[in-house]
Design a protein around this ligand. Structure first.
Ligand code: LLP
Length: 432
């Protein structure tokens, strides 16, 4: 199927049904129930290679780490591991999953702007690759802990580069007024402090400028800031920044009308810019780290729902109400996110109506798509929403005590259940 938002394996099969990874989505819905998160392995693998292939050619000294927060599921992380990516974790919970999936410890980077003493302890005990220190209080906490445990930690400092990426305000992270990172003007001072912290080994710098970014200028500016800092640090302290981590953030198409944004091409341009910049500034060959989340899993995911209600308010609005909503996809309510949809059992029919796809939760704002073109919907239809692989399962919640959906992985006509649907018992497991 010619689409920017559907997984690369998407087809309309002989029955006229939507097919992903060689699997009929109607059969998937019948077998596993709805809502159902479907992940396409081929798209996932291609997305990993969109990063690793250009980097291997242009800047071999690189590391791609998957930002687990986009979808932290062991069955997905095992594929990430096979593709030789590392992982960015932001909590003890994400670290737990990542270790369980067998990701190389050296390739695990621990982020977060308020890691607890317990989480820092877990990072040290598991001897993970790097801890990315976000602020001075954390630095002191980690210093004390390494001394107490007689351990050393290799650290990167998270820089706030003061760059405003062109994206939704809630997912901008590198502007001056941000809770994340140390202002670039203070970095040198902090590196000097680390010289007196015997358990901490400063290895480089990190920044992350935001998410769903569809242009490269902010990345070039960020590389400029980080490499200038690396020069300043070398000059003033003699310390080399062996690693420069430019974060994640490259965006994906959520609507077919989005302009074409080719990740492979974007990664090639970033790698070339980085290579030229470190050469021109005489910085040797630092390890270049990228940590994508959305652009790895986003397009690989499709959510299937069953239509339960079709409500027409003449001359006002037609609602197609599905059996999920903000609980399995809170992105519309949080960021006014946009999505493409189709009726999977009428995939070849014309989209003749304009409807609002609403959820089943007790909030008027629980709308998945406003004013969407759709085939005429009937109760019992299976509705598919595309590009839901990133920040859907991972941000899902149990509002209204609705169990979280199952996740299946599809490939070449085979399906594997990688997360079971929650049960009512799961919902009350911790209640006393
Ligand atoms: N590295 C760091 C330090 C991050 O904070 C993030 C995302 C990433 C990497 C990965 O960014 P990505 O490549 O996925 O854009 N929930 C929001 C997105 C929040 C992103 C948070 N940080 C959404 O659904 O749009």
């Amino acid at each position: 199927m010619n689409s920017k938002v559907a997984p690369v394996t998407t087809e309309i099969n002989k029955k006229g049904n939507l097919e992903i990874g060689g699997c009929d989505t109607i059969s998937l819905a019948e077998k596993f129930g709805t809502p159902l998160y479907v992940m396409d392995e081929k798209t996932l693998v291609e997305n990993c290679r969109n990063y690793t292939e250009p980097l291997k050619k242009i800047y071999p000294k690189h590391l791609v780490i998957f930002a687990n927060k986009a979808m932290c599921v062991t069955g997905i992380l095992k594929i990430i591991k096979k593709e030789e990516l590392g992982a960015d974790v932001v909590s003890g919970g994400e670290l737990f999953n990542t270790l369980a999936a067998g990701i190389n410890k050296e390739k695990i980077y621990f982020h977060g702007n308020n890691k607890s003493p317990q989480e820092l302890k877990e990072a040290l005990e598991n001897k993970i690759g790097r801890i990315v220190v976000d602020n001075l209080d954390e630095l002191k906490r980690l210093d004390a802990l390494t001394k107490k445990q007689k351990k050393t930690a290799k650290i990167l400092l998270r820089v706030n580069p003061g760059i405003e990426a062109h994206t939704h305000e809630f997912v901008q992270t590198g502007k001056v007024n941000s809770k994340f990172g140390i202002a670039k003007e203070q970095i040198l001072h902090v590196v000097k402090l680390i010289e007196h912290m015997s358990g901490l080994d400063f290895v480089g710098l990190h920044a992350h400028i935001g998410s769903q970014i569809l242009g490269l200028d902010s990345y070039y500016a960020e590389i400029g800031v980080l490499t200038d800092l690396a020069i300043q640090i070398k000059k003033e302290t003699g310390k080399t920044c062996g690693e420069i981590n430019i974060g994640g953030g490259l965006g994906i198409a959520y609507l077919e009308e989005y302009p074409l944004f080719d990740i492979k091409d974007a990664v090639a341009k970033i790698a070339q810019y980085f290579k030229d910049t470190v050469k021109n500034k005489g910085l040797g060959e630092p390890l270049l780290i990228l940590e994508p989340g959305r652009s790895i899993v986003g397009r690989a995911g499709v959510t299937l729902y069953t239509v339960g209600v079709v409500k027409d308010i003449p001359a006002v609005e037609k609602y197609v109400v599905v059996d999920g909503g903000m609980g399995d996809n809170p992105r519309q309510i949080l960021y006014s996110a946009k999505y493409e949809t189709t009726i999977a059992n009428k995939a070849s029919h014309k989209k003749e109506e304009t409807v609002t796809v609403a959820g089943r939760y007790c909030e008027s704002g629980d709308v998945l798509i406003k004013d969407s073109k759709l085939q005429p919907a009937e109760v019992g239809d299976t509705l598919a929403i595309f590009a839901t692989g990133a920040y859907n399962y991972s941000m899902a919640m149990n509002y209204n005590q609705v169990p979280k959906p199952a996740v299946v992985l599809v490939k070449s006509g085979k399906v594997k259940l990688i997360v079971k649907r929650q049960t009512y018992k799961d919902l009350v497991r911790n209640e006393l």
